[in-house]
Design a protein around this ligand. Structure first.
Ligand code: SAM
Length: 313
Protein backbone atom coordinates (compact mmCIF):
# COMPACT_ATOMS: atom_id res chain seq x y z
CA UNK A 1 0.00 0.00 0.00
CA UNK A 2 1.27 3.48 -0.81
CA UNK A 3 2.05 5.36 2.38
CA UNK A 4 4.54 8.02 1.28
CA UNK A 5 1.87 10.46 0.08
CA UNK A 6 -0.12 12.23 2.76
CA UNK A 7 -3.37 14.15 2.59
CA UNK A 8 -3.98 17.11 4.89
CA UNK A 9 -7.72 17.35 5.47
CA UNK A 10 -9.23 20.75 4.65
CA UNK A 11 -11.69 22.39 7.08
CA UNK A 12 -11.54 19.29 9.28
CA UNK A 13 -13.28 20.55 12.42
CA UNK A 14 -15.48 23.03 10.59
CA UNK A 15 -16.92 20.35 8.28
CA UNK A 16 -17.57 17.82 11.05
CA UNK A 17 -19.06 20.48 13.34
CA UNK A 18 -21.39 21.48 10.51
CA UNK A 19 -22.36 17.88 9.79
CA UNK A 20 -23.51 17.01 13.28
CA UNK A 21 -27.01 18.33 13.65
CA UNK A 22 -28.28 20.43 16.45
CA UNK A 23 -30.02 18.02 18.88
CA UNK A 24 -33.01 20.39 18.74
CA UNK A 25 -33.31 19.69 15.03
CA UNK A 26 -33.39 15.88 15.28
CA UNK A 27 -36.64 14.17 14.42
CA UNK A 28 -38.30 12.83 17.57
CA UNK A 29 -37.73 9.18 16.65
CA UNK A 30 -33.99 9.54 15.93
CA UNK A 31 -32.25 8.76 19.20
CA UNK A 32 -28.88 10.47 19.60
CA UNK A 33 -26.04 8.07 18.87
CA UNK A 34 -28.09 6.03 16.39
CA UNK A 35 -27.53 8.35 13.48
CA UNK A 36 -26.14 7.34 10.10
CA UNK A 37 -23.73 9.72 8.38
CA UNK A 38 -22.21 9.60 4.89
CA UNK A 39 -18.66 10.62 4.01
CA UNK A 40 -19.02 10.57 0.23
CA UNK A 41 -15.31 11.28 -0.40
CA UNK A 42 -13.26 9.16 2.02
CA UNK A 43 -9.82 10.11 0.58
CA UNK A 44 -7.43 9.26 3.38
CA UNK A 45 -10.14 9.31 6.02
CA UNK A 46 -9.36 12.58 7.80
CA UNK A 47 -12.99 13.65 8.07
CA UNK A 48 -14.15 10.04 8.48
CA UNK A 49 -11.99 9.40 11.55
CA UNK A 50 -13.22 12.58 13.25
CA UNK A 51 -16.85 11.70 12.45
CA UNK A 52 -16.33 8.24 13.97
CA UNK A 53 -14.82 9.78 17.11
CA UNK A 54 -18.03 11.79 17.59
CA UNK A 55 -20.52 9.02 16.75
CA UNK A 56 -22.37 7.13 19.44
CA UNK A 57 -21.95 3.35 19.75
CA UNK A 58 -25.07 2.75 17.64
CA UNK A 59 -24.11 5.28 14.96
CA UNK A 60 -23.03 4.39 11.42
CA UNK A 61 -20.65 5.96 8.93
CA UNK A 62 -21.02 4.93 5.30
CA UNK A 63 -18.16 6.12 3.09
CA UNK A 64 -17.69 6.22 -0.68
CA UNK A 65 -14.59 6.60 -2.82
CA UNK A 66 -13.75 5.77 -6.42
CA UNK A 67 -10.04 5.43 -5.73
CA UNK A 68 -8.67 1.95 -4.94
CA UNK A 69 -5.88 3.55 -2.87
CA UNK A 70 -8.52 5.24 -0.70
CA UNK A 71 -10.22 1.86 -0.24
CA UNK A 72 -6.88 0.35 0.81
CA UNK A 73 -6.46 3.10 3.42
CA UNK A 74 -9.98 2.43 4.68
CA UNK A 75 -9.04 -1.16 5.59
CA UNK A 76 -6.98 0.38 8.42
CA UNK A 77 -10.19 1.50 10.13
CA UNK A 78 -11.25 -1.37 12.34
CA UNK A 79 -14.64 -0.19 13.54
CA UNK A 80 -17.96 -2.05 13.12
CA UNK A 81 -19.76 1.28 12.71
CA UNK A 82 -17.80 2.01 9.52
CA UNK A 83 -18.25 0.71 5.97
CA UNK A 84 -16.99 1.91 2.60
CA UNK A 85 -18.22 1.42 -0.95
CA UNK A 86 -15.95 1.45 -4.00
CA UNK A 87 -18.37 3.52 -6.04
CA UNK A 88 -18.96 7.01 -7.36
CA UNK A 89 -20.85 9.10 -4.86
CA UNK A 90 -23.85 9.35 -7.20
CA UNK A 91 -24.65 5.87 -5.77
CA UNK A 92 -25.78 7.75 -2.68
CA UNK A 93 -29.16 7.49 -4.40
CA UNK A 94 -29.28 3.78 -3.47
CA UNK A 95 -29.50 4.47 0.28
CA UNK A 96 -32.97 4.34 1.84
CA UNK A 97 -34.97 7.55 1.75
CA UNK A 98 -34.69 9.86 4.78
CA UNK A 99 -32.20 7.50 6.43
CA UNK A 100 -29.18 9.78 6.84
CA UNK A 101 -28.41 12.56 9.34
CA UNK A 102 -25.59 14.15 7.36
CA UNK A 103 -23.83 13.97 3.98
CA UNK A 104 -20.31 15.31 3.52
CA UNK A 105 -18.75 15.88 0.09
CA UNK A 106 -15.11 17.06 0.12
CA UNK A 107 -14.74 17.37 -3.64
CA UNK A 108 -11.89 16.99 -6.07
CA UNK A 109 -8.71 15.02 -5.70
CA UNK A 110 -6.63 14.05 -2.70
CA UNK A 111 -2.98 15.05 -2.32
CA UNK A 112 -1.80 11.43 -2.80
CA UNK A 113 -3.55 11.40 -6.17
CA UNK A 114 -1.76 14.59 -7.24
CA UNK A 115 1.61 13.69 -5.74
CA UNK A 116 1.85 10.12 -7.06
CA UNK A 117 3.26 10.54 -10.62
CA UNK A 118 1.84 7.21 -11.74
CA UNK A 119 -1.72 8.58 -11.39
CA UNK A 120 -1.04 11.21 -14.07
CA UNK A 121 -2.86 14.14 -12.43
CA UNK A 122 0.09 16.53 -12.12
CA UNK A 123 1.64 18.71 -14.81
CA UNK A 124 4.71 19.04 -12.56
CA UNK A 125 5.50 15.31 -12.37
CA UNK A 126 6.26 13.04 -15.30
CA UNK A 127 3.89 10.10 -15.54
CA UNK A 128 1.35 8.37 -17.75
CA UNK A 129 -1.45 10.74 -18.83
CA UNK A 130 -4.13 8.93 -16.85
CA UNK A 131 -6.14 11.09 -14.34
CA UNK A 132 -8.77 8.44 -13.57
CA UNK A 133 -9.86 8.55 -9.93
CA UNK A 134 -10.89 4.93 -10.31
CA UNK A 135 -7.79 3.42 -11.89
CA UNK A 136 -9.47 -0.02 -12.05
CA UNK A 137 -11.91 0.93 -14.83
CA UNK A 138 -12.79 3.51 -17.44
CA UNK A 139 -10.79 5.46 -19.99
CA UNK A 140 -7.59 7.39 -19.26
CA UNK A 141 -7.02 10.88 -20.70
CA UNK A 142 -4.31 9.46 -23.02
CA UNK A 143 -6.73 6.83 -24.39
CA UNK A 144 -9.47 9.42 -24.88
CA UNK A 145 -7.10 11.81 -26.69
CA UNK A 146 -6.10 9.09 -29.16
CA UNK A 147 -9.42 9.44 -30.98
CA UNK A 148 -11.27 12.48 -29.56
CA UNK A 149 -12.49 14.98 -32.15
CA UNK A 150 -11.13 18.49 -32.32
CA UNK A 151 -14.51 20.04 -31.46
CA UNK A 152 -14.94 17.85 -28.37
CA UNK A 153 -11.43 18.56 -27.09
CA UNK A 154 -12.00 22.30 -27.60
CA UNK A 155 -15.32 22.22 -25.72
CA UNK A 156 -13.86 20.26 -22.81
CA UNK A 157 -10.92 22.65 -22.39
CA UNK A 158 -13.17 25.70 -22.75
CA UNK A 159 -16.07 24.54 -20.57
CA UNK A 160 -14.25 22.66 -17.80
CA UNK A 161 -11.00 24.66 -17.81
CA UNK A 162 -12.51 28.09 -18.59
CA UNK A 163 -9.43 28.41 -20.82
CA UNK A 164 -9.31 31.31 -23.29
CA UNK A 165 -6.93 29.41 -25.56
CA UNK A 166 -9.03 26.23 -25.77
CA UNK A 167 -9.10 26.30 -29.59
CA UNK A 168 -5.33 26.64 -30.18
CA UNK A 169 -4.53 24.04 -27.48
CA UNK A 170 -7.00 21.51 -28.96
CA UNK A 171 -5.60 22.13 -32.46
CA UNK A 172 -2.05 21.59 -31.19
CA UNK A 173 -3.09 18.29 -29.56
CA UNK A 174 -4.67 17.02 -32.79
CA UNK A 175 -1.75 18.22 -34.94
CA UNK A 176 0.75 16.52 -32.67
CA UNK A 177 -1.33 13.28 -32.81
CA UNK A 178 -1.28 13.37 -36.63
CA UNK A 179 2.41 14.21 -36.90
CA UNK A 180 4.04 12.19 -34.13
CA UNK A 181 1.38 9.95 -32.60
CA UNK A 182 -0.77 10.47 -29.52
CA UNK A 183 0.35 12.15 -26.30
CA UNK A 184 1.00 9.57 -23.61
CA UNK A 185 2.61 11.47 -20.70
CA UNK A 186 1.80 14.41 -18.44
CA UNK A 187 5.05 16.14 -19.37
CA UNK A 188 4.29 15.95 -23.09
CA UNK A 189 0.87 17.55 -22.54
CA UNK A 190 2.23 20.23 -20.19
CA UNK A 191 4.97 21.14 -22.69
CA UNK A 192 2.58 21.24 -25.63
CA UNK A 193 0.26 23.62 -23.73
CA UNK A 194 3.18 25.80 -22.62
CA UNK A 195 4.35 26.03 -26.25
CA UNK A 196 0.83 26.99 -27.39
CA UNK A 197 -0.40 29.37 -24.68
CA UNK A 198 1.67 32.49 -24.96
CA UNK A 199 -0.03 34.60 -22.28
CA UNK A 200 0.40 33.33 -18.76
CA UNK A 201 -1.59 34.18 -15.68
CA UNK A 202 0.82 35.36 -12.99
CA UNK A 203 1.87 32.51 -10.71
CA UNK A 204 -0.05 29.89 -12.68
CA UNK A 205 1.41 27.12 -14.81
CA UNK A 206 -0.01 27.49 -18.35
CA UNK A 207 -1.21 23.86 -18.26
CA UNK A 208 -3.29 24.34 -15.06
CA UNK A 209 -6.60 24.93 -16.81
CA UNK A 210 -6.16 22.18 -19.42
CA UNK A 211 -5.27 19.59 -16.76
CA UNK A 212 -8.26 20.65 -14.65
CA UNK A 213 -10.54 20.38 -17.68
CA UNK A 214 -9.37 16.88 -18.67
CA UNK A 215 -9.61 15.65 -15.08
CA UNK A 216 -13.18 16.93 -14.67
CA UNK A 217 -14.20 15.43 -18.01
CA UNK A 218 -12.60 12.00 -17.67
CA UNK A 219 -14.12 11.49 -14.20
CA UNK A 220 -17.53 13.01 -15.09
CA UNK A 221 -17.05 15.11 -11.97
CA UNK A 222 -19.79 17.68 -12.49
CA UNK A 223 -22.41 15.11 -13.53
CA UNK A 224 -21.59 13.00 -10.45
CA UNK A 225 -21.86 16.10 -8.26
CA UNK A 226 -25.27 17.03 -9.66
CA UNK A 227 -26.56 13.49 -9.16
CA UNK A 228 -25.21 13.28 -5.62
CA UNK A 229 -26.75 16.63 -4.64
CA UNK A 230 -30.14 15.54 -6.00
CA UNK A 231 -29.83 12.20 -4.16
CA UNK A 232 -28.97 13.97 -0.91
CA UNK A 233 -32.46 15.52 -0.88
CA UNK A 234 -33.95 12.02 -0.83
CA UNK A 235 -31.62 10.34 1.64
CA UNK A 236 -31.34 13.13 4.22
CA UNK A 237 -33.84 12.99 7.04
CA UNK A 238 -35.57 16.21 8.13
CA UNK A 239 -33.02 18.30 10.04
CA UNK A 240 -30.13 16.46 8.34
CA UNK A 241 -27.15 18.41 7.05
CA UNK A 242 -25.55 18.70 3.63
CA UNK A 243 -21.92 19.87 3.80
CA UNK A 244 -19.99 20.42 0.55
CA UNK A 245 -16.39 21.61 0.20
CA UNK A 246 -15.56 22.80 -3.35
CA UNK A 247 -12.18 23.71 -4.79
CA UNK A 248 -13.02 25.59 -7.97
CA UNK A 249 -15.72 27.88 -9.26
CA UNK A 250 -17.46 25.32 -11.51
CA UNK A 251 -18.14 23.05 -8.53
CA UNK A 252 -19.06 25.86 -6.17
CA UNK A 253 -21.47 27.37 -8.69
CA UNK A 254 -23.34 24.06 -8.95
CA UNK A 255 -23.53 23.70 -5.15
CA UNK A 256 -24.57 27.33 -4.62
CA UNK A 257 -27.28 27.19 -7.30
CA UNK A 258 -28.56 23.84 -6.02
CA UNK A 259 -28.93 25.13 -2.47
CA UNK A 260 -30.51 28.40 -3.68
CA UNK A 261 -32.98 26.54 -5.92
CA UNK A 262 -34.19 24.30 -3.11
CA UNK A 263 -34.22 27.07 -0.50
CA UNK A 264 -37.32 28.74 -1.89
CA UNK A 265 -40.83 27.74 -2.88
CA UNK A 266 -41.07 27.50 -6.67
CA UNK A 267 -44.17 28.48 -8.56
CA UNK A 268 -44.86 27.24 -12.06
CA UNK A 269 -45.71 30.40 -14.05
CA UNK A 270 -47.60 28.31 -16.61
CA UNK A 271 -49.80 26.82 -13.86
CA UNK A 272 -50.46 29.73 -11.49
CA UNK A 273 -53.04 27.84 -9.40
CA UNK A 274 -50.94 24.70 -8.94
CA UNK A 275 -49.35 24.16 -5.53
CA UNK A 276 -45.75 25.45 -5.45
CA UNK A 277 -42.85 23.06 -5.19
CA UNK A 278 -42.07 23.50 -1.53
CA UNK A 279 -38.59 24.45 -0.33
CA UNK A 280 -36.52 21.48 0.84
CA UNK A 281 -33.36 23.12 2.17
CA UNK A 282 -32.32 25.97 4.38
CA UNK A 283 -28.92 27.50 3.57
CA UNK A 284 -26.96 27.72 6.81
CA UNK A 285 -23.38 28.73 6.17
CA UNK A 286 -20.55 29.51 3.77
CA UNK A 287 -17.08 29.09 5.26
CA UNK A 288 -13.56 29.52 3.87
CA UNK A 289 -10.34 28.33 5.51
CA UNK A 290 -8.67 30.94 7.69
CA UNK A 291 -5.21 32.41 7.04
CA UNK A 292 -3.53 29.97 9.44
CA UNK A 293 -4.97 26.91 7.64
CA UNK A 294 -3.98 28.27 4.22
CA UNK A 295 -0.46 29.05 5.47
CA UNK A 296 -0.12 25.50 6.82
CA UNK A 297 -1.78 23.86 3.79
CA UNK A 298 -1.69 26.01 0.62
CA UNK A 299 -3.98 23.49 -1.15
CA UNK A 300 -6.78 24.76 1.12
CA UNK A 301 -6.64 28.26 -0.39
CA UNK A 302 -9.41 27.81 -2.94
CA UNK A 303 -11.78 25.84 -0.68
CA UNK A 304 -15.34 27.01 -0.04
CA UNK A 305 -17.62 25.03 2.25
CA UNK A 306 -21.39 25.40 2.00
CA UNK A 307 -23.79 24.00 4.58
CA UNK A 308 -27.52 23.44 4.23
CA UNK A 309 -30.17 21.73 6.33
CA UNK A 310 -32.89 19.42 5.00
CA UNK A 311 -36.33 20.73 5.84
CA UNK A 312 -39.34 18.57 6.57
CA UNK A 313 -40.98 19.17 3.16
C1 SAM B 1 -10.34 15.91 -1.34
S1 SAM B 1 -10.30 14.19 -1.25
C2 SAM B 1 -11.15 13.83 0.25
C3 SAM B 1 -10.27 13.85 1.45
C4 SAM B 1 -10.92 13.37 2.72
N1 SAM B 1 -12.01 14.24 3.13
C5 SAM B 1 -9.90 13.26 3.83
O1 SAM B 1 -10.04 13.95 4.83
O2 SAM B 1 -8.97 12.47 3.71
C6 SAM B 1 -11.48 13.71 -2.44
C7 SAM B 1 -11.67 12.20 -2.57
O3 SAM B 1 -12.92 12.02 -3.20
C8 SAM B 1 -12.81 11.02 -4.16
N2 SAM B 1 -13.82 11.31 -5.17
C9 SAM B 1 -13.90 12.39 -5.96
N3 SAM B 1 -14.98 12.34 -6.74
C10 SAM B 1 -15.63 11.21 -6.40
C11 SAM B 1 -16.84 10.61 -6.84
N4 SAM B 1 -17.59 11.15 -7.79
N5 SAM B 1 -17.22 9.47 -6.25
C12 SAM B 1 -16.47 8.89 -5.27
N6 SAM B 1 -15.31 9.39 -4.84
C13 SAM B 1 -14.90 10.56 -5.39
C14 SAM B 1 -11.40 11.09 -4.68
O4 SAM B 1 -11.00 9.83 -5.18
C15 SAM B 1 -10.64 11.49 -3.42
O5 SAM B 1 -10.16 10.37 -2.74
Amino acid sequence: METQWKHTTVLLNEAVDALFTDPQAQPADAAPGMQTYVDATFGRGGHARLILSRLGPQGRLIAFDKDPDALAEATRIDDPRFSIRHQGFSHLAELPKASVAGVLLDLGISSPQVDNPSRGFSFRLDGPLDMRMDSTRGTSVAQWLETAELGTITEVIRDYGEERFAGPIAKAIVARRQERGPISTTTELAQLVADTVKTREPGQNPATRTFQAFRIFINAELEELQQALAASLDVLQPGGRLVVISFHSLEDRIVKQFIAKHSRDEYDRRAPFAAPRVMKLKALDRIKPGAAEVAANPRARSAIMRVAQRLAA
